[in-house]
Write a protein that binds this ligand. Structure first.
Ligand SMILES: Nc1ncnc2c1ncn2[C@@H]1O[C@H](COP(=O)(O)OP(=O)(O)OP(=O)(O)O)[C@@H](O)[C@H]1O
Length: 306
């Protein structure tokens, strides 16, 4: 079997406090694909993103990105010939350094990530500033490069944060609800910008979102997760022609897809509530039985039933 660009194989992740976020999860993503992760709150979507970004290490299983174990540039190399993958990150609340201009904030990855880092230190600062300006113009922030973060609105900051995620030409873009805090109009505007950036630069994108319209507008594949511990319940291809438009997002086939996803997630949540209630009921029954004197008949009816 050929190796995918991203490969989560039989991955489990237990946090320090004991929470099992993922349990034997598999996910494969090809280079250049745009995949959305959706599912009930707390099912482990962000955990997958952090594993792929190398910010977490799996408790068991393997996370391979571009032929290397995620987050291990050195010793634990899966394929010794695979170059390091450049990653861009954008989250729900863009954090900008307040003492830098917007342009300087966008340029931060160029100061840190090779091969740009050496050039930045040598002589290319002016060239890189032009690159940042070009990206800012592409997202509608032409002329705002000299402003400070506190002079921009939330939507403008989010656009700048997309520029920062893309400025070092990442092969992989990890987006964790990047449009979640924005009003509907700004959000839809940014979908179009995001689609445009993806079409022109073609990074592999993994997007975590609660917005099912957003996932259907942007992604080529939508992976629906079960409740925690998360697994991929369903892997849906999205075959609408590109570039997609807001008008096309009101077409019947689009609405049907969104409705089917909604139902799938609702079922996943209900299943999990029922499981939790059953576990609760068993726990209560066991506690009651333990507290009951031997002469009294044991309690067999759970106190709380789903
Ligand atoms: N650092 C942590 N320590 C302990 N538990 C954690 C930690 N981070 C997340 N969790 C737990 O792991 C589970 C999965 O969290 P995760 O953030 O991946 O879910 P999610 O699907 O992204 O949630 P949401 O959609 O609400 O943002 C949750 O139950 C969460 O409380």
């Amino acid at each position: 079997m050929t190796q995918s660009f991203i490969d989560l194989a039989n991955v489990s992740l237990q946090y320090g406090g004991g929470t099992i976020a993922l349990d034997h999860t598999d996910l494969r993503i090809d280079k250049g694909d745009f995949v959305a992760l959706v599912g009930p709150s707390g099912c482990g979507k962000s955990t997958i993103l952090k594993l792929v970004g190398g910010l977490l290490t799996p408790t068991s299983g393997a996370v391979i990105v571009g032929g290397r174990e995620a987050g291990s540039p050195g010793s634990r190399i899966h394929n010794p010939h695979a170059p390091c993958v450049r990653i861009g990150l954008a989250f729900q609340n863009p954090t900008m350094l307040p003492w830098l201009t917007i342009r300087e904030n966008v340029m931060i990855p160029l100061k840190i990530v090779e091969p740009f880092r050496s050039d930045y230190a040598r002589k290319k600062k002016g060239e890189f500033a032009e690159r940042a300006e070009a990206l800012l113009a592409q997202v509608g922030l032409k002329g705002f490069g000299d402003k400070r973060p506190w002079q921009l609105s939330g939507g403008m900051l989010q656009r700048a944060s997309l520029c920062r995620a893309l400025v070092h030409e990442p092969q992989l873009l990890l987006l964790d609800e990047p449009f979640g805090a924005l009003d509907q109009f700004t959000r839809e505007e940014l979908w179009a910008i995001m689609q445009d950036l993806w079409i022109t630069k073609r990074p592999t994108v993994l997007l975590v979102t609660h917005d099912l319209r957003e996932s259907a507008y942007l992604a080529n594949r939508i992976c629906v997760m079960s409740s925690r511990p998360g697994r991929i319940l369903e892997d849906r291809p999205v075959e609408f022609a590109r570039p997609r438009t807001l008008e096309s997002s009101y077409a019947p086939e689009f609405a049907t897809l969104v409705q089917e996803l909604r139902m799938r997630i609702a079922h996943a949540r209900t299943d999990s509530d029922a499981q939790e209630a059953a576990a609760d009921a068993v726990a209560h029954a066991v506690a009651d039985a333990a507290a009951t004197p031997a002469a009294t008949p044991a309690v067999t009816t759970p106190r709380r039933v789903a």
